[in-house]
Design a binder for this molecule. Structure first.
Ligand code: CP3
Length: 326
Protein backbone atom coordinates (compact mmCIF):
# COMPACT_ATOMS: atom_id res chain seq x y z
CA UNK A 1 0.00 0.00 0.00
CA UNK A 2 1.56 3.22 -1.20
CA UNK A 3 0.46 5.34 1.73
CA UNK A 4 1.85 3.00 4.40
CA UNK A 5 4.98 2.42 2.31
CA UNK A 6 5.59 6.18 2.23
CA UNK A 7 5.13 6.36 6.02
CA UNK A 8 7.82 3.68 6.23
CA UNK A 9 9.99 5.63 3.75
CA UNK A 10 9.98 2.81 1.27
CA UNK A 11 7.53 3.92 -1.38
CA UNK A 12 8.58 3.41 -4.98
CA UNK A 13 6.91 5.03 -7.94
CA UNK A 14 4.28 7.73 -7.67
CA UNK A 15 3.62 9.27 -4.26
CA UNK A 16 0.33 8.53 -2.48
CA UNK A 17 -2.23 11.33 -2.16
CA UNK A 18 -5.04 12.20 0.23
CA UNK A 19 -6.46 15.55 1.41
CA UNK A 20 -7.12 16.83 4.90
CA UNK A 21 -10.91 17.33 5.28
CA UNK A 22 -11.44 15.26 2.15
CA UNK A 23 -14.81 14.19 3.55
CA UNK A 24 -16.82 17.39 3.82
CA UNK A 25 -18.80 20.22 2.44
CA UNK A 26 -17.19 20.55 -1.02
CA UNK A 27 -18.79 17.17 -1.85
CA UNK A 28 -22.38 17.36 -3.19
CA UNK A 29 -23.15 13.90 -1.75
CA UNK A 30 -22.05 15.17 1.69
CA UNK A 31 -24.22 18.28 1.44
CA UNK A 32 -27.18 16.11 0.46
CA UNK A 33 -26.72 13.84 3.48
CA UNK A 34 -26.18 16.90 5.68
CA UNK A 35 -29.62 18.26 4.69
CA UNK A 36 -31.17 15.16 6.23
CA UNK A 37 -28.97 14.75 9.30
CA UNK A 38 -27.53 17.01 11.96
CA UNK A 39 -23.79 17.28 12.38
CA UNK A 40 -24.13 15.42 15.67
CA UNK A 41 -25.81 12.52 13.89
CA UNK A 42 -23.13 12.42 11.21
CA UNK A 43 -20.33 12.37 13.80
CA UNK A 44 -21.88 9.95 16.29
CA UNK A 45 -23.91 7.50 14.18
CA UNK A 46 -21.40 4.85 13.06
CA UNK A 47 -23.17 3.98 9.80
CA UNK A 48 -23.41 7.66 8.77
CA UNK A 49 -19.81 8.45 9.76
CA UNK A 50 -18.67 5.40 7.80
CA UNK A 51 -20.71 6.46 4.78
CA UNK A 52 -19.17 9.96 4.78
CA UNK A 53 -15.65 8.52 5.22
CA UNK A 54 -16.13 6.47 2.05
CA UNK A 55 -17.47 9.36 -0.10
CA UNK A 56 -14.15 10.85 -1.27
CA UNK A 57 -12.66 7.39 -1.76
CA UNK A 58 -15.47 6.33 -4.09
CA UNK A 59 -15.49 9.61 -6.00
CA UNK A 60 -11.75 10.26 -6.40
CA UNK A 61 -9.79 7.15 -5.42
CA UNK A 62 -7.56 8.76 -2.79
CA UNK A 63 -4.79 6.50 -1.46
CA UNK A 64 -6.02 6.72 2.15
CA UNK A 65 -9.31 7.43 3.92
CA UNK A 66 -9.56 9.55 7.06
CA UNK A 67 -12.26 8.61 9.53
CA UNK A 68 -15.12 11.10 9.55
CA UNK A 69 -15.21 12.50 13.06
CA UNK A 70 -13.91 15.67 14.70
CA UNK A 71 -11.18 16.61 17.15
CA UNK A 72 -13.87 18.00 19.47
CA UNK A 73 -15.65 14.62 19.62
CA UNK A 74 -13.77 13.70 22.81
CA UNK A 75 -15.38 16.58 24.72
CA UNK A 76 -18.49 14.61 25.86
CA UNK A 77 -16.29 11.70 26.99
CA UNK A 78 -14.45 14.19 29.23
CA UNK A 79 -17.74 15.47 30.65
CA UNK A 80 -18.12 18.66 28.59
CA UNK A 81 -21.31 19.47 26.76
CA UNK A 82 -20.89 19.56 22.99
CA UNK A 83 -23.39 21.33 20.77
CA UNK A 84 -23.39 22.08 17.11
CA UNK A 85 -24.04 25.41 15.52
CA UNK A 86 -22.04 26.29 12.39
CA UNK A 87 -19.52 23.80 13.74
CA UNK A 88 -18.86 22.13 17.09
CA UNK A 89 -19.49 24.36 20.09
CA UNK A 90 -18.27 23.29 23.52
CA UNK A 91 -19.78 24.91 26.60
CA UNK A 92 -16.72 26.09 28.58
CA UNK A 93 -16.78 25.65 32.35
CA UNK A 94 -17.38 28.78 34.43
CA UNK A 95 -13.97 28.05 35.93
CA UNK A 96 -11.76 26.23 33.44
CA UNK A 97 -9.62 24.82 36.25
CA UNK A 98 -12.60 22.86 37.65
CA UNK A 99 -12.33 20.16 34.96
CA UNK A 100 -11.40 17.51 37.54
CA UNK A 101 -14.95 17.65 38.95
CA UNK A 102 -16.44 16.54 35.61
CA UNK A 103 -17.73 13.03 35.15
CA UNK A 104 -15.89 11.24 32.40
CA UNK A 105 -17.54 8.56 30.33
CA UNK A 106 -15.05 7.09 27.92
CA UNK A 107 -17.68 4.75 26.49
CA UNK A 108 -18.97 7.81 24.60
CA UNK A 109 -15.98 7.27 22.29
CA UNK A 110 -17.25 3.85 21.22
CA UNK A 111 -19.32 5.09 18.22
CA UNK A 112 -16.13 6.52 16.70
CA UNK A 113 -14.44 3.13 16.85
CA UNK A 114 -17.60 1.45 15.54
CA UNK A 115 -17.51 3.77 12.54
CA UNK A 116 -13.89 2.77 11.92
CA UNK A 117 -14.83 -0.92 12.04
CA UNK A 118 -17.66 -0.37 9.52
CA UNK A 119 -15.33 1.53 7.19
CA UNK A 120 -12.79 -1.28 7.31
CA UNK A 121 -15.40 -3.73 5.99
CA UNK A 122 -15.60 -1.82 2.72
CA UNK A 123 -12.29 0.04 2.36
CA UNK A 124 -9.46 -1.11 0.12
CA UNK A 125 -6.95 1.61 1.02
CA UNK A 126 -5.52 2.31 4.50
CA UNK A 127 -7.64 4.08 7.11
CA UNK A 128 -6.29 7.07 9.05
CA UNK A 129 -7.59 7.56 12.58
CA UNK A 130 -7.04 10.88 14.32
CA UNK A 131 -7.27 13.09 17.35
CA UNK A 132 -6.52 16.70 18.15
CA UNK A 133 -3.30 17.80 19.78
CA UNK A 134 -3.88 18.21 23.54
CA UNK A 135 -3.05 21.94 23.40
CA UNK A 136 -5.50 22.54 20.55
CA UNK A 137 -8.25 20.53 22.25
CA UNK A 138 -7.60 22.46 25.47
CA UNK A 139 -8.21 25.74 23.64
CA UNK A 140 -11.63 24.45 22.51
CA UNK A 141 -12.49 23.21 26.02
CA UNK A 142 -11.41 26.45 27.69
CA UNK A 143 -12.96 29.07 25.43
CA UNK A 144 -14.89 29.75 22.27
CA UNK A 145 -12.68 30.61 19.35
CA UNK A 146 -13.85 34.06 18.32
CA UNK A 147 -10.88 35.18 16.31
CA UNK A 148 -9.36 37.49 18.94
CA UNK A 149 -6.66 35.19 20.25
CA UNK A 150 -6.97 32.71 23.09
CA UNK A 151 -6.97 34.96 26.18
CA UNK A 152 -8.22 32.45 28.73
CA UNK A 153 -5.93 29.69 27.55
CA UNK A 154 -2.99 32.07 27.80
CA UNK A 155 -3.99 33.29 31.23
CA UNK A 156 -4.21 29.73 32.65
CA UNK A 157 -0.96 28.69 30.93
CA UNK A 158 0.92 31.67 32.33
CA UNK A 159 -0.57 31.86 35.82
CA UNK A 160 -0.66 28.15 36.60
CA UNK A 161 1.64 26.30 34.19
CA UNK A 162 1.70 23.14 36.33
CA UNK A 163 -2.09 22.91 36.58
CA UNK A 164 -2.39 23.65 32.87
CA UNK A 165 0.10 20.89 32.03
CA UNK A 166 -1.88 18.47 34.20
CA UNK A 167 -5.01 19.33 32.19
CA UNK A 168 -3.09 18.75 28.95
CA UNK A 169 -1.89 15.40 30.25
CA UNK A 170 -5.44 14.24 31.01
CA UNK A 171 -6.57 15.29 27.51
CA UNK A 172 -3.53 13.46 26.16
CA UNK A 173 -4.54 10.22 27.88
CA UNK A 174 -8.10 10.47 26.55
CA UNK A 175 -6.68 11.06 23.05
CA UNK A 176 -4.48 7.97 23.41
CA UNK A 177 -7.51 5.97 24.52
CA UNK A 178 -9.52 7.21 21.52
CA UNK A 179 -6.69 6.44 19.09
CA UNK A 180 -6.20 2.96 20.54
CA UNK A 181 -9.91 2.25 20.06
CA UNK A 182 -9.64 3.44 16.46
CA UNK A 183 -6.54 1.29 15.90
CA UNK A 184 -8.18 -1.78 17.42
CA UNK A 185 -11.07 -1.18 15.04
CA UNK A 186 -8.67 -1.17 12.10
CA UNK A 187 -7.08 2.27 11.66
CA UNK A 188 -3.71 1.72 9.96
CA UNK A 189 -2.14 5.08 10.84
CA UNK A 190 -3.10 8.12 12.92
CA UNK A 191 -2.77 11.86 12.47
CA UNK A 192 -2.62 14.33 15.35
CA UNK A 193 -4.06 17.74 14.51
CA UNK A 194 -2.44 20.31 16.83
CA UNK A 195 -3.78 23.03 14.57
CA UNK A 196 -3.48 25.92 17.05
CA UNK A 197 -0.01 25.10 18.40
CA UNK A 198 1.26 27.94 16.24
CA UNK A 199 -0.18 30.29 18.88
CA UNK A 200 2.69 29.22 21.16
CA UNK A 201 6.17 30.73 21.05
CA UNK A 202 9.12 28.40 20.80
CA UNK A 203 9.58 27.86 24.54
CA UNK A 204 5.84 27.43 25.16
CA UNK A 205 5.64 25.05 22.21
CA UNK A 206 8.46 22.97 23.70
CA UNK A 207 6.59 22.82 27.04
CA UNK A 208 2.89 22.68 26.19
CA UNK A 209 2.68 21.00 22.80
CA UNK A 210 5.69 18.87 21.88
CA UNK A 211 5.87 16.61 24.99
CA UNK A 212 2.21 15.65 24.62
CA UNK A 213 2.54 14.95 20.90
CA UNK A 214 5.54 12.77 21.75
CA UNK A 215 3.61 10.92 24.45
CA UNK A 216 0.82 10.13 21.99
CA UNK A 217 3.23 9.10 19.22
CA UNK A 218 5.06 6.76 21.62
CA UNK A 219 1.85 5.24 22.97
CA UNK A 220 0.21 4.21 19.72
CA UNK A 221 1.46 1.19 17.85
CA UNK A 222 1.08 2.46 14.31
CA UNK A 223 2.60 5.18 12.12
CA UNK A 224 1.83 8.71 13.35
CA UNK A 225 1.58 11.95 11.37
CA UNK A 226 1.86 15.36 13.09
CA UNK A 227 0.06 18.44 11.83
CA UNK A 228 -0.14 22.02 13.07
CA UNK A 229 -0.48 25.44 11.48
CA UNK A 230 3.12 26.53 11.09
CA UNK A 231 4.40 22.94 10.83
CA UNK A 232 6.73 23.77 7.93
CA UNK A 233 8.58 26.38 9.97
CA UNK A 234 8.60 24.14 13.08
CA UNK A 235 9.50 20.97 11.16
CA UNK A 236 12.93 20.58 12.79
CA UNK A 237 11.35 20.69 16.26
CA UNK A 238 8.56 18.31 15.27
CA UNK A 239 11.19 15.96 13.85
CA UNK A 240 12.53 15.54 17.40
CA UNK A 241 9.58 13.20 17.89
CA UNK A 242 11.06 9.90 16.81
CA UNK A 243 9.34 7.90 14.08
CA UNK A 244 6.65 10.46 13.31
CA UNK A 245 5.80 11.84 9.89
CA UNK A 246 5.18 15.58 9.52
CA UNK A 247 2.30 17.16 7.61
CA UNK A 248 3.60 20.50 6.32
CA UNK A 249 1.61 23.67 5.91
CA UNK A 250 2.63 26.16 3.23
CA UNK A 251 5.35 27.92 5.27
CA UNK A 252 8.24 26.28 3.37
CA UNK A 253 8.53 24.04 0.34
CA UNK A 254 8.58 20.32 1.10
CA UNK A 255 11.85 20.00 -0.82
CA UNK A 256 13.41 22.68 1.37
CA UNK A 257 12.31 20.99 4.59
CA UNK A 258 13.63 17.69 3.19
CA UNK A 259 17.17 19.14 3.31
CA UNK A 260 16.98 19.26 7.12
CA UNK A 261 14.43 16.59 8.05
CA UNK A 262 14.58 12.87 7.25
CA UNK A 263 11.09 12.00 8.60
CA UNK A 264 8.32 11.13 6.13
CA UNK A 265 6.81 14.39 4.86
CA UNK A 266 3.27 15.12 3.79
CA UNK A 267 2.00 18.23 2.02
CA UNK A 268 1.70 20.96 1.01
CA UNK A 269 -0.37 22.28 -1.89
CA UNK A 270 -2.18 25.50 -1.06
CA UNK A 271 -5.94 24.87 -0.60
CA UNK A 272 -6.48 28.13 -2.53
CA UNK A 273 -4.62 26.68 -5.53
CA UNK A 274 -7.70 24.51 -6.11
CA UNK A 275 -9.71 27.62 -7.02
CA UNK A 276 -7.26 28.46 -9.85
CA UNK A 277 -7.56 27.43 -13.52
CA UNK A 278 -6.98 23.69 -14.06
CA UNK A 279 -3.81 24.29 -16.07
CA UNK A 280 -2.25 26.23 -13.17
CA UNK A 281 -3.22 23.44 -10.77
CA UNK A 282 -1.63 20.78 -12.97
CA UNK A 283 1.53 22.84 -13.35
CA UNK A 284 1.86 23.30 -9.58
CA UNK A 285 1.33 19.57 -8.95
CA UNK A 286 3.89 18.61 -11.60
CA UNK A 287 6.39 20.98 -10.06
CA UNK A 288 5.85 19.50 -6.56
CA UNK A 289 6.24 15.97 -7.96
CA UNK A 290 9.43 16.95 -9.72
CA UNK A 291 10.93 18.48 -6.59
CA UNK A 292 10.16 15.36 -4.56
CA UNK A 293 10.84 12.91 -7.37
CA UNK A 294 11.59 9.39 -6.15
CA UNK A 295 11.51 10.46 -2.48
CA UNK A 296 10.38 7.23 -0.75
CA UNK A 297 8.84 9.09 2.20
CA UNK A 298 6.63 11.67 0.53
CA UNK A 299 2.82 11.93 0.57
CA UNK A 300 0.94 14.54 -1.47
CA UNK A 301 -1.59 16.51 0.58
CA UNK A 302 -2.77 20.08 1.10
CA UNK A 303 -1.10 22.46 3.55
CA UNK A 304 -4.43 22.71 5.40
CA UNK A 305 -7.96 21.35 5.00
CA UNK A 306 -9.77 21.51 1.68
CA UNK A 307 -12.16 24.48 1.63
CA UNK A 308 -15.92 24.35 1.14
CA UNK A 309 -16.69 25.42 -2.43
CA UNK A 310 -13.58 23.78 -3.89
CA UNK A 311 -14.45 22.70 -7.46
CA UNK A 312 -14.59 18.93 -7.88
CA UNK A 313 -12.69 19.22 -11.20
CA UNK A 314 -9.79 20.78 -9.33
CA UNK A 315 -9.50 17.75 -7.05
CA UNK A 316 -9.74 15.41 -10.07
CA UNK A 317 -7.03 17.44 -11.82
CA UNK A 318 -4.63 16.91 -8.88
CA UNK A 319 -5.25 13.16 -8.80
CA UNK A 320 -5.02 12.74 -12.59
CA UNK A 321 -1.76 14.67 -12.72
CA UNK A 322 -0.29 12.43 -10.04
CA UNK A 323 -1.56 9.22 -11.63
CA UNK A 324 -0.15 10.21 -15.03
CA UNK A 325 3.17 11.38 -13.70
CA UNK A 326 5.02 8.11 -13.30
O1 CP3 B 1 -12.19 14.63 6.15
C1 CP3 B 1 -11.57 14.74 7.22
O2 CP3 B 1 -10.48 15.34 7.31
C2 CP3 B 1 -12.07 14.00 8.44
C3 CP3 B 1 -12.88 14.70 9.34
C4 CP3 B 1 -12.41 15.91 10.14
C5 CP3 B 1 -13.33 16.93 10.51
N1 CP3 B 1 -12.69 17.79 11.34
C6 CP3 B 1 -14.74 16.97 10.11
C7 CP3 B 1 -15.44 18.27 10.14
C8 CP3 B 1 -11.18 16.23 10.72
C9 CP3 B 1 -9.85 15.52 10.61
C10 CP3 B 1 -11.38 17.42 11.49
C11 CP3 B 1 -10.32 18.04 12.29
C12 CP3 B 1 -10.60 19.30 12.98
N2 CP3 B 1 -11.77 19.74 13.53
C13 CP3 B 1 -9.60 20.26 13.27
C14 CP3 B 1 -8.13 20.13 12.93
C15 CP3 B 1 -7.84 20.42 11.52
C16 CP3 B 1 -7.98 21.88 11.14
O3 CP3 B 1 -8.85 22.17 10.32
O4 CP3 B 1 -7.22 22.69 11.69
C17 CP3 B 1 -10.23 21.32 13.95
C18 CP3 B 1 -9.56 22.59 14.45
C19 CP3 B 1 -11.60 20.97 14.11
C20 CP3 B 1 -12.66 21.75 14.81
C21 CP3 B 1 -13.77 22.14 13.92
N3 CP3 B 1 -14.58 21.26 13.26
C22 CP3 B 1 -14.22 23.44 13.64
C23 CP3 B 1 -13.59 24.71 14.18
C24 CP3 B 1 -15.32 23.34 12.78
C25 CP3 B 1 -16.18 24.45 12.26
C26 CP3 B 1 -15.51 25.16 11.13
C27 CP3 B 1 -15.49 24.35 9.87
O5 CP3 B 1 -14.39 24.11 9.35
O6 CP3 B 1 -16.56 23.91 9.45
C28 CP3 B 1 -15.52 21.94 12.52
C29 CP3 B 1 -16.60 21.37 11.69
C30 CP3 B 1 -16.29 20.21 10.85
N4 CP3 B 1 -15.46 19.18 11.17
C31 CP3 B 1 -16.85 19.96 9.56
C32 CP3 B 1 -16.32 18.76 9.12
C33 CP3 B 1 -16.60 18.04 7.82
C34 CP3 B 1 -17.86 20.84 8.85
C35 CP3 B 1 -19.18 20.23 9.07
C36 CP3 B 1 -20.32 20.86 8.33
O7 CP3 B 1 -20.54 22.07 8.41
O8 CP3 B 1 -21.05 20.08 7.70
Amino acid sequence: MRFLDALGKKNQGRPPVWFMRQAGRYLPEYRLLREKHSLRDLFFTPSLAAEVTMMPIRRFGFDAAILFSDITAIAPAMGYSLDFCEGPLIQPLAKATHWEALREDLSLLDPIAEAAALVKQQLEVPLIGFCGGPFTIATYLIEQHDGVGLPQTYSWMQNDPIGFAKFLDRICDVCIHSLNLQIQAGADAVQIFDSWANALDEAQFATFSLPFLRKIARSVKCPTILFMRGSALRAEQLAEIENAAISLDMGRKVSEVRQFVSAPLQGNLDPDLLFQPLEDIKRAVRSLLQEMHSDPGFIVNLGHGIKPGTPLEAVSAVLETIHKSY
